[in-house]
Write a protein that binds this ligand. Structure first.
Ligand code: 5RP
Length: 240
């Protein structure tokens, strides 16, 4: 099954986590865009929710579909957020930020009771790090932070847009894409990055995802974090 079909299937499976009357965080990226599209369809047929987007473009998509929007100022507690990921490891640690929205995504995730991650099968990895880790930095600090991250063993590049100019986030910062290949101690790296002056946020999301829905071919696999570690539940067996 092509990635796009898997992305849509995972997004569709996440709809059952959204209940009438809830405040819903709207993720960013191609998989989250499928979710927003499907949520728009549900709103048209009577679902009453209010959305909080994690990026300008997700907000624009939601508004174009007639999804009522609110803000963290009005609603600082979010019931459920559905978002994508670039990598997911067995402990449901994530790399996010491939789409450049990691800062708002992490703030929304931190304000969310239930973070549901939707992804195609290519995102599931035994160890994080194959995907370059996005690190959002203030412009003034980019060279200093890049040097420090290189010293940790990564190949670091400043993200650029299609016009060749440095990519600017919704908060007007830069992104350093940091290729580690393997991040065996994600918790330790997260602490090191957070301690660097000039780093606004990094794309390691640790202990945040409640549920991960992975579409693998025609199957949806549900992963949850538990005391004994994550476990798989194949949702395609039985009723589906
Ligand atoms: C955006 C993100 C996205 O959720 C992540 O990049 C996955 O994107 P896609 O669903 O397009 O593969 O973190 O900042």
């Amino acid at each position: 099954m092509a990635n796009d079909q898997e992305k849509e299937a995972a997004a569709r499976a996440s709809l059952r986590f959204v209940k009438d009357g809830q405040i819903v965080g709207l993720g960013t990226g191609s998989t989250a865009a499928y979710f927003i599209q499907l949520l728009g369809d549900a709103v048209k047929t009577g679902l009453r929710i209010r959305g909080i987007p994690t990026s300008v473009r997700s907000g624009e998509q939601a508004a174009s579909l007639g999804i009522p929007l609110t803000t963290l100022d009005e609603c600082p507690e979010i019931d459920v957020t559905v978002d994508g990921a670039d990598e997911v490891d067995p402990e449901l640690r994530l790399i996010k930020g491939g789409g450049g929205a990691l800062l708002r995504e992490k703030i929304v995730a931190s304000a969310t009771k239930q973070l549901v991650i939707v992804a195609d099968a290519s995102k599931r990895v035994p160890v994080l790090g194959r995907f370059p880790l996005p690190v959002e930095v203030i412009k003034f600090a980019q060279a200093v932070v890049a040097k420090k991250i290189k010293a940790l063993g990564a190949k670091v590049s400043l993200r650029r847009g299609p016009d060749g100019k440095p990519y600017l986030t919704d908060e007007n910062n830069y992104i350093l894409d940091c290729r580690f290949e393997r991040i065996p101690d994600a918790d330790g790296l997260a602490r090191q990055l957070s301690d660097m002056p000039g780093v606004v946020e990094h794309g390691l999301f640790i202990g945040m995802a409640s549920v991960v829905l992975i579409a693998n071919g025609s199957e949806i696999v549900e992963l949850r974090r538990g005391n004994e570690g994550s476990h798989d539940k194949n949702l395609t067996r039985g009723a589906r």
